[in-house]
Ligand binder design. Structure first.
Ligand SMILES: *[C@@H]1O[C@H](CO)[C@@H](O)[C@H](O)[C@H]1NC(C)=O
Ligand SMILES: *[C@@H]1O[C@H](CO)[C@@H](O)[C@H](O)[C@H]1NC(C)=O
Ligand SMILES: *[C@@H]1O[C@H](CO)[C@@H](O)[C@H](O)[C@H]1NC(C)=O
Ligand SMILES: *[C@@H]1O[C@H](CO)[C@@H](O)[C@H](O)[C@H]1NC(C)=O
Ligand SMILES: *[C@@H]1O[C@H](CO)[C@@H](O)[C@H](O)[C@H]1NC(C)=O
Ligand SMILES: *[C@@H]1O[C@H](CO)[C@@H](O)[C@H](O)[C@H]1NC(C)=O
Ligand SMILES: *[C@@H]1O[C@H](CO)[C@@H](O)[C@H](O)[C@H]1NC(C)=O
Ligand SMILES: *[C@@H]1O[C@H](CO)[C@@H](O)[C@H](O)[C@H]1NC(C)=O
Ligand SMILES: *[C@@H]1O[C@H](CO)[C@@H](O)[C@H](O)[C@H]1NC(C)=O
Length: 839
C-alpha cells in the first residue's frame, strides 16, 4: 500500500519535472545564432513580442551601404499587426545591407513593406528589385498595400548581402528587415517529386513562403511561433466550404522524439484541423479541396502537416491526399508513420512539377477500401516557391522563360527560347564544319565518298524550314523575334550598298524599314566566321533577356539560308562617337553630354545589377553608345557580353577581348573578367566625352597618344580643364567639371576593387548634372531643386566609398607582383593588342 503510494508520488514528481522541462523548452523556443532585426527609419527601438527591432541609427547603419537615402515617417501609417509601419527608409540608389553570418546555413529573410507618402515620395509607386548575392527575390516589385515577404536561403559564406536596386526613375523603400537563422531540421535535402520519383537538392534552394495555412484553426501571429512564422486560417481557400468541418483538440498533440518537432509547426497547427463534414453519413464520398494562387513556371515545395487528433485509437483513419489530379498518398494511415503513437505530428514534403496553371489544388478524400469510416484530415499546409534555373523567385523575370532547362554556360540569362536557339546554332555550326570539311575533302579529291547535307540556299534544309515545321516553332515565334529573310531583303532594298550605315567587326549595318514602316538597323553577319556565330548567339540571348530603355532593343533576327542577321530599333542619331569628333556634326552641349553619359550609365547599371549575376558588356566604348532622335543614349553591341564572374568561377578568358584604348589594364594583366572592367572602359568614355578626341590617336606626340594616360596626367595636376573640348571651354561650371573628372578618375583606378560600381557612377554623374544646373536653392517648387536640397548633406563623395572598400583593398594590394604589373603602360597594352585582335 505504502509502496504504491510512494511509487505514485515519484511518478507524479517525475511527470512534473518532465513537464517543467518541456514547458521550458517550448517557452524558450529556438535560439537563433544569427538574428538581425532592423526597424528602418525609426528613431527608437521597437519591441515586438519578445524581440527588439533596432532603431535605424548608427548601430543599424553599419550593415548598410547606400549612395544616398532618406528616412521617412508617417504618424498615420499604423497597422496593429505590425509596429514597423510608421517609418521607412527610401533608397534612390542601389543599396546593400550586409549581415555577418556566424553560422552558415539556412536563414530567413523577411522584408516588411507598407507604403505611405512622404514628401515627394509616394511609396505606392516605388519600383525596385531585391536580390541576394545568389538569388533574385523580387523583380520590378511594386506594392500599394502592406505586405511581408518571407524567404529562406542557405547562406554558404560569412555574410549575406541583400541589395535593393530601384528601377530607372524610381526608388526603393523598406519598413523593416529581418535576417534570422533557421534550424537545420526545418528543410531537408529531399522530398517526393511529382509526378513521380524523388527530388534532391532542396538545401541549395532559395524558398519563398507563398502560403502558410493553419487548417481549421486560428491565424497564428509570428509571436506564437518559435520561428516567428505567421500562419493564416484556411477558410478562404476552401473550394466548397460546406464540405469542411473545423476540429480543435490542442491538448491531444503529442510531440514524439524523431517525429515533427515544435519548430516544424507549433501545437496550434497540429492541434486544429479541417476534416470531411460527413454529417454522420457512413457512405459519404467526396473530397475536401483548397485552391491556392501560384506563379506559372515555378516549382513549389508543398509541406502537408498531419496530426490525428480525431481518432480514438490507432489504425482507424485512412485517407487519400492529392495535388491537382495526382494522388500523393493512397490510403495514408498516420499510425504507421508516427511510430504507432496517436496524435503525433507528422509532415510530408513534396516538390511539384513546374506550375502550368496559376492555381494549385490540394485535396483530401476518404479511402474506404478496408471498411474504415470515411474521413480525411489536414492540419496545416505550407507552399514554398523554389527558385528557377535563373536563380530567381520573381514571376516577372521568368514569364517568358518558364520551363527552361537549359544548361548553357550563361545559364542565368538563358531561357527556353534560347535553348531552342542553341540547338539551332549547333546545327549552323555543324553546317559550317561540314562545309569546311567538304572543301578540305574536295581538295583531297574525296568528295564522292562524303555525302554532305545540302548547304545551298533555299532548297536546302534551312533553319527556317526546320523551325517552321517543328513543334518548337511556337516557342520561337511566340517571342516574335524571327523574321523571314525575304522580309529583311525587302526592308533593306536587297541589302543596297548605299543603305549601309556602318561596318563593324561582325559585318555590315544597313538602315531599313519593315513592312509596317518601323525603321530598323540591320546587322548582317559574315556567315563564315565562327567568332561571329558566337557573338550572334550572345547578342540574341542578351537582348531578348534584357529589356531596358537605355539598352538598344532587338526587333528580330534571321537565320535562314545560313544568314546571321540581327534587326534592331533604328537609332536616328547614330553613335555617341560621331557626335564627339571626326564627323563634322554640331557639337553637343555639356548638359546633353551629361545626359547621354547618365543614360548609358543607367543601361550598364541595369546590366550589372538587373539579374542575380552581373552581366558584363566587355566592349563599352563611344561607338557602342547610340543616340535616338531625342539624343537619348542606349547601349548597343552585346556580342561580347558575358555573365559575371561569380556565375562561372572557372572562367578565365583565354583571349582578352574589347577595344583598344578602352581596355581595363587589370583585365589584361589577370585575364579575369569582372564588371569593374566595364567601369574602366566607361571611365575612358567619360574622358572622350569631355575631351572630344579619339581614345588612341597614333598621330599625336607619344605622351598624348593614349587619352586615358594623358588626361589622368592632367587630372593629377589638377588642370584637366586645360585639355577639354574647346567647344565646352567656359561653359562647364567648375563644380560640375570637378565631380565629373573625379568620377572618371575613380573609374580608371588601376585595381577594380577601387573603382566605384555603376550605381555609384550613375549617382555621381547625376550629381554633376545637378551641379551644372544648380540655380539659387529654395526658390522653386521644381522637384529637381528639392532633390539637391535633400541630397547635399549626404553627398556620396568618394572618400566615403574608399572607407567601404578598404577591406577589399587590402586583398587586392597584397603581393608585389601586382604592383609591378600595374606599371604595364597602356601603350604596351595597345601594341600587344594590335597583334592579337583587330576589333
Ligand atoms: C536599442 O537596443 C540595443 C540593443 O538591444 C541597444 O544597444 C540600444 O542602445 C537601444 N537603442 C535605443 C535608442 O534605445
Ligand atoms: C547549405 O548548402 C550546403 C551546400 O549545398 C550544404 O552542405 C548544407 O548542408 C546546407 N545547409 C543547410 C542548413 O541547408
Ligand atoms: C500614390 O501612388 C498610387 C499608385 O501609383 C496612387 O494610386 C495614389 O493616388 C498616389 N498617392 C498620392 C498621394 O499621390
Ligand atoms: C497589416 O499588415 C498585414 C501584413 O503585415 C496585412 O496583411 C494587413 O492587411 C495590414 N492591415 C492594414 C489595415 O493595412
Ligand atoms: C498567442 O500568444 C498570446 C500571448 O503571447 C496569447 O494571448 C494568445 O492566446 C496566443 N494565441 C494563440 C492562438 O494561441
Ligand atoms: C472554421 O473556422 C474558421 C476560422 O476560425 C471560421 O471562419 C469558420 O466559420 C469555421 N467553420 C465552421 C464550419 O465552423
Ligand atoms: C478526389 O480528387 C481526385 C483528384 O482530382 C479524384 O481523382 C477523385 O475522384 C476525387 N474523389 C472524389 C470522391 O471525388
Ligand atoms: C487551372 O485550374 C483551374 C482550377 O482547377 C481550372 O478550372 C482551369 O481549367 C485550369 N486551367 C488550365 C489552363 O489548365
Ligand atoms: C535554384 O538555384 C540553385 C542554385 O543555387 C540551382 O542549383 C537549382 O537548380 C535552382 N532550382 C531550380 C528549381 O531550378
Amino acid at each position: 500500500m505504502h509502496m504504491t503510494m510512494l511509487g505514485k508520488g515519484i511518478r507524479i514528481l517525475l511527470v512534473g519535472v518532465i513537464s517543467v522541462f518541456f514547458l521550458q523548452c517550448s517557452c524558450k523556443g529556438y535560439n537563433a545564432p544569427d538574428s538581425y532585426l532592423l526597424d528602418c527609419g525609426s528613431s527608437t527601438n521597437t519591441t515586438f513580442g519578445d524581440r527588439v527591432f533596432l532603431a535605424d541609427n548608427s548601430e543599424a547603419s553599419k550593415f548598410l551601404s547606400t549612395p544616398q537615402d532618406v528616412l521617412a515617417s508617417s504618424s498615420s501609417n499604423s497597422n496593429g499587426s505590425s509596429p514597423f509601419y510608421k517609418t521607412a527608409r527610401i533608397f534612390t540608389g542601389t543599396t546593400k545591407y550586409t549581415f555577418p553570418i556566424t553560422q552558415k546555413g539556412r536563414h530567413w529573410i523577411r522584408l516588411y513593406f507598407s507604403p505611405f507618402v512622404y514628401n515627394s515620395y509616394n511609396m505606392s509607386s516605388a519600383k525596385f528589385t531585391v536580390s541576394t548575392e545568389s538569388f533574385v527575390l523580387l523583380n520590378s516589385f511594386t506594392t500599394t498595400s502592406s505586405v511581408t515577404k518571407e524567404y529562406s536561403v542557405n547562406v554558404t559564406s560569412d555574410s549575406l548581402t541583400v541589395t535593393f536596386s530601384p528601377s530607372s526613375n524610381s526608388f526603393a523603400f523598406l519598413n523593416a528587415i529581418e535576417v534570422v537563422s533557421v534550424p537545420d531540421e526545418l528543410i531537408q535535402d529531399d522530398a517526393a517529386l511529382l509526378p513521380s520519383g524523388n527530388y534532391q537538392g532542396l538545401l541549395a534552394q532559395a524558398l519563398e513562403t507563398v502560403h502558410r495555412v493553419n487548417m481549421g484553426g486560428p491565424a497564428i501571429s509570428s509571436l506564437n511561433d518559435s520561428l516567428w512564422r505567421s500562419w493564416v486560417n484556411d477558410w478562404n481557400f476552401l473550394i466548397n466550404k460546406g464540405l469542411a468541418k473545423n476540429v480543435t483538440n490542442i491538448g491531444a498533440v503529442n510531440y514524439v522524439p524523431g517525429g515533427a518537432s515544435q519548430n516544424i509547426a507549433p501545437n496550434i497547427v497540429y492541434g486544429t484541423l479541417t476534416e470531411m463534414n460527413s454529417a454522420d453519413n457512413p457512405s459519404s464520398n467526396f473530397n475536401v479541396s483548397w485552391l491556392f494562387d501560384v506563379d506559372l513556371g515555378f516549382r513549389y515545395l508543398v509541406r502537408f502537416h498531419f496530426c490525428d487528433i480525431v481518432s480514438n485509437s490507432l489504425n482507424q483513419l485512412y485517407f487519400n491526399v492529392y495535388i491537382g489530379t495526382s494522388i500523393i498518398v493512397d490510403s495514408l494511415d498516420l499510425s504507421t508513420r508516427t511510430f504507432n503513437t496517436l496524435a503525433a505530428p507528422y509532415y510530408l514534403d513534396l516538390v511539384t512539377d513546374l506550375a502550368d496553371n496559376t492555381t494549385l489544388r490540394v485535396s483530401i478524400g476518404p479511402n474506404t477500401e478496408n471498411g474504415a469510416y470515411p474521413n480525411a484530415i489536414l492540419n496545416g499546409l505550407e507552399i514554398m516557391k523554389m527558385n528557377n534555373t535563373m536563380r530567381s523567385l520573381s514571376g516577372d523575370s521568368s514569364s517568358v522563360l518558364s520551363g527552361s532547362n537549359s544548361n548553357s554556360h550563361v545559364g542565368v540569362i538563358v531561357g527556353s527560347s534560347i535553348g531552342v536557339f542553341l540547338a539551332m546554332v549547333f546545327i549552323v555550326a555543324l553546317f559550317i564544319c561540314c562545309q569546311k570539311r567538304r572543301r578540305r575533302l574536295a581538295r583531297q579529291g574525296l568528295t564522292k565518298t562524303w555525302i554532305p547535307i545540302s548547304i545551298n540556299g533555299g532548297t536546302s534544309l534551312t533553319m527556317g524550314s526546320k523551325f517552321s515545321n517543328g513543334t518548337t516553332a511556337t516557342i520561337a515565334s511566340s517571342l516574335g523575334y524571327r523574321i523571314p529573310f525575304v522580309a529583311v531583303q525587302e526592308a533593306t532594298n536587297n541589302f543596297n550598298e548605299s543603305w549601309v550605315i556602318g561596318i563593324g567587326g561582325f559585318g555590315k549595318v544597313y538602315r531599313g524599314e519593315l513592312g509596317d514602316g518601323t525603321k530598323v538597323a540591320v546587322k548582317r553577319g559574315n556567315p563564315k566566321s565562327q567568332q561571329g556565330l558566337a557573338e550572334f548567339q550572345t547578342e540574341i540571348e542578351m537582348l531578348s533577356q534584357f529589356r531596358h530603355r537605355h539598352l538598344v532593343s532587338l526587333i528580330g533576327y534571321c537565320d535562314e539560308r545560313n544568314e546571321m542577321i540581327l534587326i534592331y530599333e533604328y537609332m536616328e542619331n547614330g553613335t555617341l562617337k560621331s557626335h564627339l569628333y571626326g564627323s563634322g556634326l554640331p557639337s553637343l552641349s555639356w548638359k546633353q553630354r551629361l545626359e547621354i553619359c547618365i543614360g548609358a550609365a543607367r543601361g550598364l547599371h541595369y546590366l550589372h545589377t538587373g539579374y542575380a549575376k552581373a552581366v558584363i558588356h566587355r566592349d563599352v566604348k563611344s561607338a557602342n553608345i547610340l543616340l535616338n532622335e531625342n539624343l537619348m543614349a542606349k547601349v548597343a553591341d552585346f556580342g561580347l557580353s558575358k555573365a559575371g564572374p561569380e556565375l562561372d568561377q572557372t572562367h578565365v578568358s583565354t583571349a582578352v577581348k574589347g577595344s583598344f584604348g578602352y581596355l581595363d589594364p587589370e583585365y589584361f594583366r589577370r585575364q579575369q573578367l569582372t564588371e569593374k572592367s566595364d567601369i574602366y572602359s566607361f571611365g575612358v568614355v567619360l574622358l572622350e566625352v569631355l575631351c572630344a578626341r579619339p581614345v588612341i590617336d597614333p598621330t599625336l606626340p607619344r605622351e598624348m597618344v593614349n587619352l586615358a594616360e594623358w588626361a589622368m596626367k592632367w587630372q593629377k595636376k589638377g588642370q584637366l580643364e586645360k585639355i577639354i573640348d574647346q567647344d565646352l571651354a567656359g561653359k562647364i561650371r567648375p563644380e560640375s567639371l570637378r565631380k565629373f573628372a573625379e568620377t572618371a578618375e575613380k573609374c580608371l583606378e588601376d585595381f577594380g576593387v577601387n573603382r566605384p560600381s555603376m550605381g555609384d557612377v550613375l549617382w555621381n554623374l547625376e550629381y554633376a548634372l545637378q551641379l551644372q544646373e544648380a540655380v539659387l536653392l529654395g526658390d522653386s517648387e521644381d522637384s529637381s531643386m528639392n532633390m539637391i536640397g535633400d541630397l547635399s548633406p549626404q553627398v556620396n563623395n568618394f572618400s566615403n566609398l574608399d572607407a567601404s572598400v578598404s577591406a577589399a583593398d587590402i586583398h587586392a594590394k597584397e603581393g608585389p607582383a601586382n604592383d609591378d604589373a600595374s606599371r604595364v603602360s597602356m601603350s604596351r597594352v595597345f601594341s600587344q593588342l594590335v597583334n592579337s585582335e583587330g576589333r
